[in-house]
Design a protein around this ligand. Structure first.
Ligand SMILES: *Cc1c(COP(=O)(O)O)cnc(C)c1O
Length: 375
C-alpha cells in the first residue's frame, strides 16, 4: 500500500465547471473579481470576524504584506529595520517574509508544543519590536499569555498561521484575541484553494493597506498612483471557485481530521508511554486539526525515513531549524535554541489526510510498529 504525504481535498470538476465557464466568457478572471469577493464573504461568515478577510494568491505573499503593513503602520520606512522574535523551527517561508521586508529575525526556541516558547523568547534589545509565532502543524501558542506579553513588552504581533486553518484557543479564533493572522490555502494545507492565502486582521488601517498592497499599492486606478510599494498578489477566480466549494465542506474537513488525529494520538501515545518516541503536546485549551502528525524519535531520523519510504509511506523531515539552513546559518542573532537543536534531526512528519480509510490507518500504524519490532 502507498500513502502519500498529502492528499489534497478537492471538489469535482463538475462542481466548478459552469461557474468557471462564466468567468472565462465574461473575462472577469482576476482583480477582485466576483468569486474572490464571494469567497471573502464566506470566509467572514466562517470566522465570524468584523473585518472581511483579504485574499491573496498564496499564503507567503499574504504574510509578506501583513508584515509590510505593520511596518508601515509603525512608521518604519522600507529601508529601515528592527528585529523580530521568530521560532527557528518553522518553514523557511516564515523567515523569508521577515527578511525580504528588510527586518532581522532573532531565532528563538520552540517547546514540546512545537510552537514558539513565548515565555522563553526575550526582548533582549530595544531593536526587538515584533513577535511572530507560527501555527506549526495546526498547533498554536497560548493566546492569552501572548496578549499579556505583547502588551507588557509593547510588541507588534503577527501570526503565521499558515498551517492552522480552523485552530482555536478556548473555542475562539486568533482574531478574537486581537491578533493579525495569515492562513495558507495551499493544496498541501488543511483547507485549500489550490494556491491561496488570507489575512484576518482587527485594524481597519492594516486591512485597507493589505487591499492596496496586493494591487501594487494603488490607491486610485486611473493613473495608477501608489502611496505604498505593493506587489501583485491577487487571487484568481479559479482558485476562489475551488476555495468556495471546499469552504462549504470546512466543518467536515476539520471534524474528519480531528477524528483521524485522535487515532494517531492514541496509537503514538502508546509508543510514547513505552519510551520509544515523543509526540507533539497540545495545550488542553487548543483545538488542533493537525497538519501532518509529527513524531520525535530517540535517534537521528534518516534510517526511519528510509524504512517508511521503502514501505510506501511518504514522510517528511518538516518543519526544519532555519538557523541551520544555508542562507540563515550564522547570519542573524540566536537566543537559546536547546530544544530546537535537540529535536531537529530526530523529527519526522507522518501523513494525516482529511479522508483516510481504516486500511490506510492500520497500514501506517503497523508499518511504524514494524520499525520498532525489527530494531
Ligand atoms: C505553508 C506555509 C507558508 C507558505 O504558505 P503558501 O500558501 O504555501 O505560500 C508559510 N509559513 C508556514 C509556516 C507554512 O506552513
Amino acid at each position: 500500500m502507498n500513502i502519500n504525504i498529502v492528499k489534497p481535498f478537492m471538489p469535482g470538476l463538475d462542481e466548478i465547471a459552469d461557474d468557471f465557464a462564466k468567468c472565462l466568457s465574461s473575462g472577469l478572471v482576476t482583480n477582485n473579481s466576483p468569486h474572490v469577493r464571494m469567497f471573502e464573504d464566506k470566509l467572514q461568515e466562517f470566522y465570524g470576524c468584523p473585518i472581511k478577510p483579504s485574499l491573496n494568491c498564496n499564503g507567503e505573499l499574504a504574510l509578506y504584506h501583513l508584515i509590510q503593513a505593520w511596518k508601515h503602520k509603525m512608521s518604519v520606512g522600507p529601508h529601515e529595520s528592527f528585529e523580530v522574535l521568530v521560532p527557528s523551527f518553522t518553514f523557511s517561508g516564515t523567515i523569508n517574509a521577515v527578511v525580504t521586508n528588510n527586518l532581522k529575525p532573532v531565532f528563538c526556541d520552540v517547546d514540546e508544543t512545537m510552537v514558539l516558547d513565548i515565555e522563553k523568547a526575550l526582548v533582549d534589545s530595544p531593536d526587538v519590536r515584533m513577535i511572530l509565532p507560527v501555527g506549526a502543524y495546526g498547533n498554536i501558542v497560548n493566546l492569552e499569555r501572548l496578549q499579556q506579553i505583547s502588551r507588557e513588552k509593547k510588541l507588534a504581533v503577527v501570526l503565521d498561521n499558515a498551517p492552522a486553518f480552523g485552530t482555536k484557543f478556548k473555542g475562539r479564533h486568533s482574531w478574537e484575541y486581537g491578533f493579525s493572522e495569515m492562513i495558507s490555502f495551499h493544496a498541501t494545507k488543511i483547507f485549500n484553494s489550490m494556491e491561496g492565502g488570507c489575512n484576518i486582521v482587527n485594524d481597519p488601517e492594516i486591512d485597507e493597506l493589505l487591499r492596496r498592497l496586493r494591487d501594487f499599492g494603488q490607491y486610485e486606478k486611473v493613473r495608477g498612483d501608489v502611496d505604498v510599494p505593493g506587489l501583485n498578489s491577487k487571487m484568481t477566480e479559479v482558485c476562489a471557485l475551488v476555495g468556495l466549494r471546499n469552504l462549504a465542506k470546512a466543518d467536515f474537513i476539520i471534524q474528519s481530521r480531528t477524528k483521524n488525529a485522535a487515532r494517531y494520538v492514541e496509537f503514538f501515545g502508546g509508543l510514547e508511554s513505552q519510551g520509544l518516541l515523543r509526540t507533539m503536546k497540545v495545550l488542553p485549551e487548543v483545538d488542533c486539526p493537525y497538519l501532518y502528525f509529527p513524531i520525535i524519535l530517540n535517534e537521528e531520523a534518516t534510517e526511519f525515513v528510509n524504512y517508511m519510504q521503502g514501505k510506501g509511506v511518504a514522510v517528511r523531515r518538516y518543519y526544519t531549524a532555519n538557523h541551520s539552513l544555508k542562507f540563515y546559518s550564522d547570519r542573524y542573532r540566536e537566543q537559546d535554541l536547546s530544544f530546537t537543536n535537540a529535536i531537529k534531526d530526530n523529527l519526522v512528519s507522518l501523513p494525516l489526510h482529511t479522508v483516510m480509510s481504516d486500511e490506510e490507518l492500520d497500514y501506517l500504524f503497523s508499518t511504524v510498529r514494524g520499525w520498532f519490532e525489527q530494531r
